[in-house]
Every structure is written in C-alpha cells, then in structure tokens.
Design a protein around this ligand. Structure first.
Ligand code: IMP
Ligand code: MG
Length: 190
C-alpha cells in the first residue's frame, strides 16, 4: 500500500480513497516526543496506562513501547456514537477496568477528543475509584468542537473539524488498520 508519498491520496485495500492528513513517520515522531515527556513526568511514580477501546489501541501500543519507564496497562470501553459519525451525547460504559485503582496514578489514553462528552464522563467515572491522579493523553484534538470542558495533559496533534480514520480510528468499524491518519473521500471528492 502506498503511504502518503508521491500523492496525498491513497486507495486502501477496500478501494476507498483516503486523503492523508498525518503520515506514519510524523505519527511516530510525535509519539516519541510524547513518550519522552511522559517517561520524565512519571519517572518516580508507578503508572497504569488506561486505553479507551477501540480507537486508542494502535496509539497506545506504540506509546507504551516507546516509554522508557515500566507501566501496567488496562482498558475501558465507552460508546456514544452508535455507528454514526456524530455523537449521540449519551455515554455508555461497555467495559470497566478489571483492576482496583485506588491510590494509583492513571494515564488515560484516547484517540480523539471531539465534543469531549465521552472523555469528561470517563474521567468522572475513574475519579470515583479514588486513584492518586488521573491525566489524559490524546492523539488528536478537535478543539473547535468542544462541548464539555476537558483538560488534555498530553496532546499529539490539533486537527480541523473533519471526520478522520486510520491508526486505530474507524468509520463504522473500517479503516483502523491504516498506518496513517486521513480523511475518507466521497465519490465526488476522489
Ligand atoms: P466525543 O465524546 O465527542 O469527544 O467523542 C470522542 C470519541 O468519538 C473519540 O474517542 C472517537 O472514538 C470518536 N470520534 C470523534 N471524532 C472522530 C472521527 O473523526 N473519526 C472517528 N472517530 C471519532
Ligand atoms: Mg474513542
């Protein structure tokens, strides 16, 4: 598969045209920078990295392998999109942490903060478990769409208000496997 090289638009395995927004090497470079900062910030604190399924799984896998500190990993899953490209505004917890986190330092890792509704809900939910601290690391920030105030401690990229896919991020379950972040083009755009 061609990855954001000669042309900015690539055709994925399913024949969809995807316009590249963030190529793989730029993602890797930014993950390295975030990992360096996070490793320094938690050098003397045991850390539990909590990934938000499914969107964060590729980003989290790259991030934890680039950290220079030992961590433990856990996962949660929420849904608010119900197969649509616009949030329903109602957050449902699909999977909770399986370990007790009282007194633990948590780093929540998510793919995108859009309206902020899901992650604000999730942070509240985790704080009820009495951790020592909760910080948020997000690959993509669509700041223009924020409805719920959210403090992002570590952010990869700020992006425009357009629906993106790739690097773990899906559209109705598709395109997670792309190694870059991009926009799916409609027939008229491609
Ligand atoms: P929020 O509650 O509106 O902030 O929604 C956040 C979640 O919606 C993200 O963690 C993603 O899983 C999903 N999401 C938001 N924007 C996009 C997008 O452009 N593409 C795919 N998923 C998205
Ligand atoms: Mg998500």
């Amino acid at each position: 598969m061609e990855v954001c090289q000669s042309s900015n638009t690539v055709v994925d395995g399913a024949g969809d045209h995807v316009e590249c927004l963030i190529p793989a090497q730029k993602l890797a470079q930014r993950v390295g920078e975030l990992a360096k900062t996070i490793s320094a910030d938690y050098a003397d604190k045991p850390l539990l990295v909590v990934g938000v399924l499914h969107g964060a799984y590729v980003f989290m896998a790259d991030l934890v392998r680039t950290l220079t500190i030992p961590v433990r990993c856990g996962f949660v899953m929420v849904s608010s999109y119900e197969n649509d490209t616009v949030t329903s505004g109602r957050v449902k917890l699909r999977l909770d942490l399986t370990q007790a986190v009282e007194g633990e330092h948590l780093l929540l890792v998510d793919d995108i903060v859009d309206t902020g509704v899901s992650i604000a809900w999730l942070i509240d939910h985790l704080k009820q478990k009495s951790p020592a601290s909760v910080r948020l690391c997000v690959l993509l920030d669509k700041a223009a769409r924020r409805r719920a105030p959210v403090k992002i401690d570590y952010v990869g990229f700020e992006i425009p208000d357009r629906f993106v896919v790739g690097y773990g991020i899906d559209c109705a379950g598709r395109h997670r496997e792309l190694p870059y972040v991009g926009y799916v083009l409609t027939d008229q755009q491609s």
